[in-house]
Design a protein around this ligand. Structure first.
Ligand SMILES: [Zn+2]
Ligand SMILES: [Zn+2]
Length: 500
C-alpha cells in the first residue's frame, strides 16, 4: 500500500502521486487518542494485542483508517530498512536470503517481501502491520476462576509459589522440572492469581500436540474462563481471551499482548532452532511482563546460568510419586550398524529385548535413523510379529502409539519423535546407537524420562547401547543422578525402593 503524508497523518492512496510505500515514510505519526470516538468493538476484540495484515481484518479500509486517525489503531512498517539491511517487523528476519522481490500490484513497485513468515500471509515493504492502541476490551471475571482441587507435591508447591511471585512482579523465572514431575499443575495458582488481577496470560509451546493436550486440562481447571487454543488452522484465531494456549508460531500474530507468557518446553524443536520464534515470544510480551520458562532439560548455557546465579530458577527434582528417576545404564554393543547391515542385531541387544518380551514387559527402543530402524524391525519381528516402528512422517504414527498404550503390542521402535510428550505406564527403554549425535544430553534425559512414570510402576530400566560413550551420554546421566541426589536431600524422595 501507498500512503500520503498530510497534517501529521498518513492516508492510504491509490495513485503514485505524492505517495510512498509505507516502508519509505520516515516516521509514521501516531495521532493522539480521541476519547469521544466510538470505536468498533468487533475490531477492538480482533486487534487488541495483535499485529495483523489488512487481509486478516474483515473491515473496510475506511473504518480502519478512521480508527487510526482517532488514535485507536497503529500502522507499523512490515519491513523496515536499517541502512542496507531489511528487517521483517513480524518475525525479525534480517537474512537477505530470506527476502525476495516481486512486482507488487499494491504499490506498483518491485516490492521486497519476507519469505521466512510467508505462511502467516505476505509481508512486504508496502505492508502496514496493524495494531491496536485503544483501550483493551473489558474482561468480566466469573465468581470462581479456578475449580481445580488437586494437591501439589512438596516440590511442585515451591515452584508454584515462585511462579505466582514471578508473574506478580513481572519477572523471568525458569522451572526446571524432571520428566514426570507434573509441571502443568505448577502453573495453576499463577494463572489464577494473574486472571484475578485481570492480566492476560499465554501458555506457548513449540508443539501442536502439546496445545491439543493442554487445552482440555486448562478448560477443566478454569471452566468459566474463555480460553483461546491456537495452532495452524485453529478456529479460535479471532477470539480475544484472557487465557491463550498457542504454538510458538502463532505468537507471530501477537504484539505487546500478554502480561505473562509461560513458555513450555523451551528446549524443544523448532523453538530452539528458529530464531523467529524466540523473536515472536519477545514481541508478544507487554514491555512490563513476566516470562516463565518450563523445561525438563535446559541447554548447557542455561544450566550454567542457573549454577552461577545469573538466572532465577526453581528445580522440581522429584516426580509426584516420590521415586527417583531411572538412571541410564550404558552397555557397549560393538559396531551395531555393520551387524544390522548383515541382518543381525548385537547379541546383548537381542538378549535385553527377549528377556522383556518373555516377561511381558513393554519396551520402547530408540534408533538414530529410519533405515536402520526398519532393518531392525524385520529382524525383531521374527521374535514377535506384532512389533511396530514409528517415525515423524509415518501416517499411522498415532494409531501405533495408541496400540502401545492399549498394550496390544509388546514393543515399539522409534526415532527421537517419541523422546517427549508420550507416556506409557509401565515400560523399559533402550537406545540402540546412543553414541549418535542426534542423541544430545537433553534428548537422552527426555528418553530416560519415558520410564517409571506412573504411580503403580514408578521404576523402570533404561539402557543405552552404544559403540563408544559420548560426552552427551555422560552429561545426561550426571544430570539425572544430580536431580535424584537433590530430591533425596530435599526430602522429596522416599528412601526405600530406590532405583539404582
Ligand atoms: Zn508493494
Ligand atoms: Zn517475516
Amino acid at each position: 500500500m501507498r500512503f500520503i503524508q498530510k497534517d501529521n497523518l498518513i492516508i492510504p492512496s491509490k495513485t503514485k502521486e505524492d505517495s510512498l510505500p509505507i516502508s519509505q515514510i520516515l516516521t509514521i505519526p501516531n495521532p493522539t487518542l480521541n476519547p469521544a470516538f466510538n470505536c468498533n468493538p468487533e475490531l477492538q476484540q480482533r486487534l487488541t494485542g495483535k499485529q495483523l495484515l489488512l487481509d486478516d481484518l474483515p473491515f473496510p479500509l475506511t473504518d480502519i483508517q478512521e480508527h487510526y486517525q482517532n488514535g485507536y489503531l497503529t500502522y507499523r512498517k512490515g519491513v523496515e530498512k536499517n541502512g542496507k539491511y531489511s528487517i521483517c517487523a513480524r518475525c525479525g528476519n534480517k537474512d537477505p536470503q530470506w527476502f525476495a522481490a516481486y512486482p507488487c500490484a499494491r504499490c506498483g513497485e518491485d516490492c521486497l517481501y519476507c519469505r521466512s513468515c510467508l505462511m502467516m500471509g505476505r509481508i512486504s515493504e508496502c505492508t502496514p502491520l496493524i495494531g491496536w492502541n485503544g483501550p483493551d476490551p473489558e474482561i468480566q471475571n466469573p465468581d470462581q476462576i479456578m475449580t481445580w482441587q488437586g494437591t501439589l507435591s512438596e516440590g511442585q508447591k515451591v515452584a508454584s509459589d515462585h511462579v505466582v511471585e514471578a508473574i506478580r512482579q513481572n519477572q523471568e523465572h525458569l522451572v526446571w522440572a524432571v520428566c514426570g514431575a507434573g509441571k502443568t499443575e505448577v502453573l495453576f495458582a499463577g494463572i489464577e492469581s494473574a486472571l484475578a488481577a485481570k492480566k492476560r496470560i499465554c501458555i506457548a509451546t513449540p508443539r501442536t500436540d502439546v496445545v491439543l493436550e493442554l487445552t482440555p486440562r486448562l478448560k477443566a481447571a478454569f471452566p468459566d474462563i474463555l480460553i483461546a487454543s491456537l495452532y495452524g488452522g485453529s478456529e479460535d484465531r479471532h477470539l480475544y481471551a484472557p487465557l491463550t494456549i498457542a504454538t510458538t508460531h502463532q505468537l507471530l500474530r501477537f504484539y505487546h499482548a500478554f502480561d505473562a507468557i509461560i513458555l513450555d518446553e523451551v528446549d524443544a524443536f523448532p523453538y530452539t532452532v528458529e530464531e523467529s520464534l524466540q523473536y515472536a515470544a519477545v514481541q508478544a510480551r507487554k514491555p512490563a511482563s513476566a516470562m516463565i520458562y518450563l523445561t525438563a532439560t535446559p541447554n548447557s548455557n542455561w544450566q550454567r546460568e542457573c549454577r552461577t546465579g545469573k538466572r532465577a530458577y526453581t528445580t522440581i527434582p522429584a516426580r509426584f510419586h516420590r521415586k527417583p528417576l531411572p538412571v541410564p545404564e550404558f552397555s557397549w554393543c560393538g559396531n551395531w550398524q555393520k551387524q544390522l547391515k548383515k541382518g543381525n542385531l548385537p547379541a546383548n541387544v537381542i538378549r535385553w529385548i527377549k528377556t522383556r518380551i518373555h516377561a511381558d514387559k513393554q519396551i520402547l527402543v530408540f534408533f538414530p535413523h529410519i533405515p536402520l530402524m526398519e532393518k531392525a524391525l524385520t529382524i525383531l519381528r521374527q521374535i514377535h510379529p506384532e512389533i511396530e516402528a514409528v517415525h515423524a512422517e509415518d501416517p499411522d504414527r498415532k494409531s501405533k502409539v495408541q496400540k502401545m498404550r492399549n498394550k496390544e503390542i509388546p514393543m515399539l521402535l522409534t526415532t527421537t519423535i517419541l523422546e517427549r510428550g508420550v507416556t506409557f505406564p509401565n515400560i523399559d527403554v533402550a537406545v540402540v546407537g546412543a553414541e549418535d549425535t542426534i542423541f544430545t544430553e537433553s534428548a537422552l534425559v527426555q528418553i530416560a524420562g519415558r520410564s517409571g512414570r506412573s504411580k503403580d510402576h514408578p521404576t523402570g530400566i533404561v539402557t543405552l547401547f552404544h559403540y563408544g560413550k559420548t560426552e552427551d551420554m555422560l552429561k545426561a546421566r550426571r544430570q539425572i543422578v544430580a536431580m535424584n541426589l537433590e530430591g533425596f536431600k530435599k526430602g522429596l524422595l522416599d528412601k526405600q525402593g530406590a532405583a539404582k
